[in-house]
Design a protein around this ligand. Sequence first.
Ligand SMILES: [Zn+2]
Ligand SMILES: [Zn+2]
Length: 156
Amino acid sequence: MALFSSPPPAAQLGWRWPHFTATELSCSCRKHCKGEYFHDPRFLDALEAMRRDVDPLIIRSGHRCRAHNTAVGGVQNSYHAKAIAADIAVTNKDRARILQAAVNAGFTGLGYGRSFFHVDLGPARAWTYPGALGLWVRALGFDPMRNPLKPQKQQA
Ligand SMILES: [Zn+2]
Ligand SMILES: [Zn+2]
């Protein structure tokens, strides 16, 4: 794991995650930094695992430099700022599939938003963003805050 001031060339990182790039997971502020990027192979492995069940998997936000995280109202200890997290675009149609894929892939930090789903590999925890829980409950048919989803056995 390492922090870079801008996305390094793929070869330098031994890039082996075909569906993602360091650039799309780097800070997108274009103001406070030059595309700060936090490299964590374990996180990328989990994203690739998730991508097998969710195609396309659209990253709205990856790593954020501290200044950008503050500017967008992110909490100070956010995994977007201290390491790497991703906000993945969701619609009502694919909430159930995206949640199950994230849990199966081993993501432990889950943030339920209206139009995005936050995933990280921090301590196991879950939270909702304003106005989002009802959308998730309706799409899933259960309340994921009360009944956390368990990983599904993958078929061999
Ligand atoms: Zn930045
Ligand atoms: Zn997030």
